[in-house]
Design a protein around this ligand. Structure first.
Ligand code: DSN
Length: 479
């Protein structure tokens, strides 16, 4: 344990030094801590990294270029970067039981791109790949992309549809993955909201993808990766899992057996900052057969690695290997289930009727609202969430009909199932008392809403009261 005042001293000193150069930055950093302390953070993809993780990012590693891999760099003087990159990879391998870990990706999108190119490089004939690689990606027109896809053999990717909870990077057109691959999606059962493995198998048989992707950012249930691997094998697909959202539940051994992606997938990607509670960044895990291709991520796909973030990954992964991380991971799920039960008891409509992971998706059409109206009304009331599509969403991806809420951040803060019931009450109160607004010409608006400001203030105060027993970073005082 650090000495009692070490964390406060570290952050206070850092701010003092920053303030001497650009006081507005120091003020904004302080204000961010204050805002995070005061709000009920229910964004399913956010968390609170430890002081040690945060501090590991603010140092001289930021100044170092280190293209290449451990012991094989394109720059001299990388011995200390080698130390932290090797440590992060070692912790990741031990934590997840993976043969290989590549810890350089700067984000989840980067990790997925590294994985896609590794699979393409492994499976596409070398001349086609070489031809495809000679272009400057930034200059490509739609026609160029069409040609490039053709040169790559029109490789196919099958992933979960966006409105069922899949992610943009799983082959959708606004993302580069949708330009690299011909994409098709599998959805969820219209009645249960659950993945229908028979339908996935049917889609795989028809479409014959090169890559079958599992993983989600808004699906509130477990996925059976053993079955998904069998489907992939039956059509000769590479099975990839993007576990960005639930990596903390895998690390904490809440998702085991068929629900642990690592033993079942050929390649697994993740971010490190969501339920895993590390610094912002990404990571790829794989077996020895894809390791060499994955390690070419930089410069194939990535810019120079961020050694300061790899240092923080090493710290956070070391924390996740401690016994108490399993307790945190279990509480994340217990809390999500308590929140879901609290909402259901009060009459909310939830996609799939509940959760068995860290997130809950409220279908706010049950309150007569769009996701955008609900998100803003909750924000006015001190509750930070994000709007999200629901399956077959009639309001599209901008207005949406859903609110996604998640428990990793509040769980890290120490809130438990009793506070989740209180949180459900606050959410239900706000949504139940918000009504859709109108445009100036009297037509119904999908964005405007009516909420009594006095009620929003009251709920805000209740949220602050709820949080007051669970101070965020209690060891740190900045003033
Ligand atoms: N933006 C992340 C999320 O909120 O789920 C996924 O990329």
């Amino acid at each position: 344990m650090p000495s009692p005042n070490a964390e406060s001293t570290a952050f206070r000193s850092a701010l003092e030094v920053i303030r001497a150069v650009e006081p507005r930055v120091a003020d904004a950093i302080g204000a961010e801590l204050a805002d995070q302390r005061e709000s009920l953070k229910l964004i399913a993809s956010e968390n609170y990294a430890s002081p040690a993780t945060l501090l590991a990012m603010g140092n001289w590693f930021s100044d170092k270029y280190a293209e290449g891999t451990v012991g094989r760099r394109f720059y001299a003087g990388c011995q200390n970067v080698d130390t932290v990159e090797a440590l992060a990879a070692e912790h990741a391998k031990e934590l997840f039981g993976a043969a290989h870990a590549y810890v350089q990706p700067h984000s989840g999108i980067d990790a997925n791109l590294v994985a896609f190119w590794a699979v393409l490089a492994d499976r596409v004939e070398a001349p086609a790949l070489k031809k495809a690689q000679v272009r400057q990606v930034n200059d490509l027109t739609e026609q160029d992309w069409f040609t490039l896809r053709r040169e790559l053999g029109n490789q196919r990717m099958l992933g979960m549809s966006l409105d069922a909870g899949g992610h943009l990077t799983h082959g959708f057109r606004p993302n580069i993955s949708g330009k690299m691959f011909d994409q098709r999606s599998y959805g969820t059962d219209p009645v249960t909201g659950l993945v229908d493995y028979d339908k996935v198998a049917e889609a795989a048989r028809e479409f014959k993808p090169m890559i079958l992707v599992a993983g989600y950012s808004a699906y509130p249930r477990k996925v059976n990766f053993r079955i998904m691997r069998e489907i992939a094998d039956s059509v000769g697909a590479t099975f990839m899992v993007d576990m960005a959202h639930f990596a903390g539940l895998v690390a904490g051994k809440v998702f085991t057996g068929d629900f642990d992606p690592v033993p079942h997938a050929h390649i697994v990607t993740t971010t490190t900052h969501k339920s895993l509670r590390g610094p912002r960044g990404g990571m790829v895990l794989c077996g020895p057969e894809l390791a060499d291709q994955v390690d070419r991520g930089c410069p194939m796909v990535l810019g120079g690695p961020l050694p300061h973030v790899m240092a923080a990954k090493a710290v956070a992964l070391a924390e996740a290997r401690r016994p108490d991380f399993a307790g945190y991971a279990q509480r994340v799920v217990d809390n999500a289930q308590a929140l879901a039960e609290g909402l259901l008891r009060r009459g909310a409509k939830l996609v799939t009727g509940g959760t068995d992971n860290h997130l809950v998706l409220i279908d706010v059409a049950g309150y007569g609202l769009t996701g955008r109206q609900a998100e803003q009304a909750l924000l006015d009331s001190g509750i930070v969430t994000n709007r999200n599509s629901v399956p077959q969403d009639p309001n599209g991806a901008w207005y949406t009909s859903g609110i996604r809420i998640g428990t990793p951040a509040l769980t890290t803060r120490g809130l438990g199932v009793a506070e989740m019931d209180a949180t459900a009450e606050l959410i239900h109160t706000v949504l139940g008392r918000t009504t859709p607004g109108s445009n100036t010409d009297g037509t119904p608006s999908k964005a405007k809403y009516v909420l009594d400001p006095a009620l929003a203030d009251k709920v805000s105060r209740q949220a602050t009261d709820l949080l007051s027993a669970f101070p965020l970073y209690p060891s740190i005082t900045l003033a």
